[in-house]
Design a protein around this ligand. Structure first.
Ligand code: BES
Ligand code: ZN
Length: 630
């Protein structure tokens, strides 16, 4: 990777302006230059936010499904902090037509060399009187953030669909912007779409289509660029509660309303835990199955995969997770992608507290233990690979894709760090610490170092507590003092697992009627090491895992089946892989197939058909696993 040195020297300088430390609650005002005390360069952005920063941006875009492009302009209202003569934005494969200053005066611009990972700097000449920079542009059909779906890839099969995915560094593929979480902006937008479709954004949203296909949006809370999001499709809105609702294609409405019945309760639980919900409404949009993630916490409008519609509400912890991001991530944001655990670790901890509040401790403990199993597995895996230092909470992703930080370390080690602290401090003390943490840093970004100082000053020192914070954050692996969770229900599952290889029919196991998805997952994960395909045949006959309709169970069952050469899954797995584009499921399944020659052959055959259905985030990962040349 080539490194444009000017913007790539890590520099840390203390602002000489105002020192305004934690304890300062800024409300929903856009932070100004002097609210940033320690300025840390983000190695994944070319922008010069410490000299010139966008305060507000306005998008004016036409969505063209024919050419698969967005065309129009973005107007940046800027603050020139240092009297700089240029403003630098991030762009990736954008066709820039012209740039106007203050709405009228055309100015010169230059696009630097394109880096495969980061895109390129767009340098615009400005002066001390520049208040706005309007960039006229068009996206490329291959834009990484955008997925253009043809009607066949939707539930209704009649209309096309578009959605964006900005996190971590893909917003620059559809908006020329300062694409760093280190700066927060408000935004507004005018979006024009075909008149039979509805557009929604991470903003105040319409609930009905209009005949002109013109929609206006506003996000009045300052957010990082990765949270700007758009979806366009044949969408219908249904209310779930006073300030909650769901958007989806009409044929899915009934299923969505059923599955998400508890969302309003979750918002209430979250508020009871850590303070007011600051974003007004909390809605969800259930996207087509190619959405590469489980969920994405776009403010006011969580984007979610339809694979959480299990029909029995058993996978709604994902909603609790994305909702929790309304505090951890969206209110208090990681300053750089090296601090990603501040977003996700806090969110997994918070998610679990919401689940405990709404569904009880026994249930929440099972969820957390399932997560812990994943952590142990991934921790070992990373420790034996090329980057064992990725098992530290604080990462060093210089020159690497920030998505590499999306492991169970940030999520689950991060959450267990907080759980261990909770155990030490006591729940009441810890909860009031966390409430203050969110309050004191709302609408701000935070580095790991700042968090550590805040923890020391506000929890450890005042309560006279000793804690090995540095081991957790700057050392590899899982520290010895990590809290243990025990689940009586899982212990009962273990007893059933021990019987698997000695029964001749599944009925002999006498599985209780009321097992939850998580007990079944634990069961599948603990099938004895000496089991073989014949045992899987017996289990599948009795419990029907292969076609059970619960995506979490199916995905784990497929991996195990491939491992043990049980081919009863083949047809269903193929259908699953062709339809579902969620990377978390695809990666282990293709990964397991790729381990044998026959498996690799099958994987290539399926992938040829499935790949066009995947978002770039997913197919780039799978291309690598399968050695696929496109
Ligand atoms: N913010 C993440 C998704 C993300 C992370 C996208 C990094 C791009 C880069 C989201 O909140 C998330 O964590 N989603 C999880 C679900 C969750 C229940 C663990 C997912 O998609 O699997
Ligand atoms: Zn998350």
């Amino acid at each position: 990777m080539t490194k444009p040195t000017l913007y790539f020297t890590l520099f840390l300088f203390i602002s000489l302006l105002t020192s305004c430390d934690s304890g300062n609650s800024e409300g929903s005002e856009t932070p100004s230059s002097d609210s940033v005390e320690t300025q840390i360069a983000d190695l994944h952005s070319y922008s010069n936010v410490f000299e010139v920063r966008t305060e507000h941006l306005h998008l004016d875009l036409n969505v063209d499904f024919e050419t698969q492009t967005l065309k129009g302009s973005v107007n940046h209202e800027i603050e020139n902090l240092s009297g700089a003569s240029k403003a630098v934005f991030d762009v990736y494969d954008l066709n820039i037509e012209k740039v106007l200053l203050n709405g009228e005066e055309e100015t010169t611009f230059e696009i630097g060399d394109q880096d495969e990972l980061l895109g390129a700097p767009l340098e615009v000449a400005i002066n001390e009187n520049t208040e706005s920079v309007q960039i006229f542009y068009e996206t490329a059909p291959s834009a990484g953030a955008l997925q253009w779906l043809n009607p066949q890839q939707t539930a209704g099969k009649k209309n096309p669909y578009l959605f964006t995915q900005g996190q971590a560094i893909l917003t620059r593929t559809w908006i020329p912007c300062q694409d760093t979480p280190g700066n927060r902006i408000t935004y507004s937008a005018d979006i024009k779409v075909p008149s039979n479709l509805l557009a929604v954004m991470s903003a105040d949203n319409p609930t009905e289509k209009n005949s002109e296909g013109k929609y206006s949006f506003e996000m009045n809370n300052p957010i990082p660029s990765y949270l700007i999001a758009l979806a366009v499709g044949d969408l219908e809105f249904s209310s779930l509660g006073e300030r909650t609702g769901v958007y989806c294609e009409p044929s899915m409405t009934e299923a969505c309303v059923y599955e998400f019945v508890d969302v309003e309760k979750m918002v209430e639980a979250a508020e009871q835990l850590y303070g007011d919900y600051k974003w007004g409404r909390y809605d969800l949009i259930v996207l087509p199955p190619s959405f590469p993630f489980g969920g994405m916490e776009n403010p006011k409008l969580t984007f979610a995969t339809p694979t959480i519609l299990a029909g029995d509400r058993s996978l709604v912890s994902l909603v609790a997770h994305e909702l929790a991001h309304s505090w951890s991530g969206n209110l208090v944001t990681n300053a750089t992608w090296d601090d990603f655990w501040l977003n996700e670790g806090f969110t997994v901890y918070f998610e679990n507290r919401i689940m405990e509040q709404v569904y009880g401790k026994e249930y929440a403990d099972m969820l957390m233990q399932i997560e812990y199993q994943g952590l142990e597995y991934e921790n070992d895996d990373i420790l034996s690979g090329d980057y064992p230092e990725d098992t530290q909470l604080k990462l060093d992703l210089e020159g690497r894709n920030p998505d590499d930080g999306m492991t169970a370390i940030a999520y689950v080690k991060g959450a267990f760090f907080l759980k261990t602290l909770e155990e030490l401090a006591g729940r009441e003390t810890f909860d009031s610490f966390l409430s203050n943490y969110f309050n004191d840093h709302e609408f701000q970004t935070l580095t790991t170092e700042k968090f550590v100082a805040y923890l020391e000053a506000n929890l450890l020192e005042p309560n006279d507590l000793e804690f090995n914070t540095n081991d957790w954050i700057y050392e590899e692996g899982i520290p010895d003092n990590c809290v243990q969770i025990n689940s009586d229900r899982f212990e009962k599952v273990d007893l059933k697992c021990e019987m698997i290889t000695s029964v001749s029919s599944g009925a002999e196991l006498e599985i209780p009627e009321d097992w939850s998805t998580h007990e079944w997952l634990h069961f599948i994960r603990h099938i004895p090491a000496d089991a073989d395909a014949s045992h899987l045949t017996i289990l599948d006959k009795e419990f029907g895992f292969t076609d059970c309709g619960n995506s979490e169970i199916m995905a784990e069952w497929y991996v195990l089946s491939i491992m043990l050469d049980y081919d009863g899954i083949n047809e269903s797995m193929e259908t699953f892989l062709i339809n579902v584009g969620r990377r978390k499921f695809l990666e282990p399944i293709y990964g397991e197939l790729a381990k044998s020659e026959d498996g690799m052959k099958l994987a290539h055959k399926i992938y040829a058909q499935a790949r066009p259905n995947y978002h770039s985030i997913s197919y780039l990962t799978i291309d690598e696993i399968l050695g696929w040349e496109s």
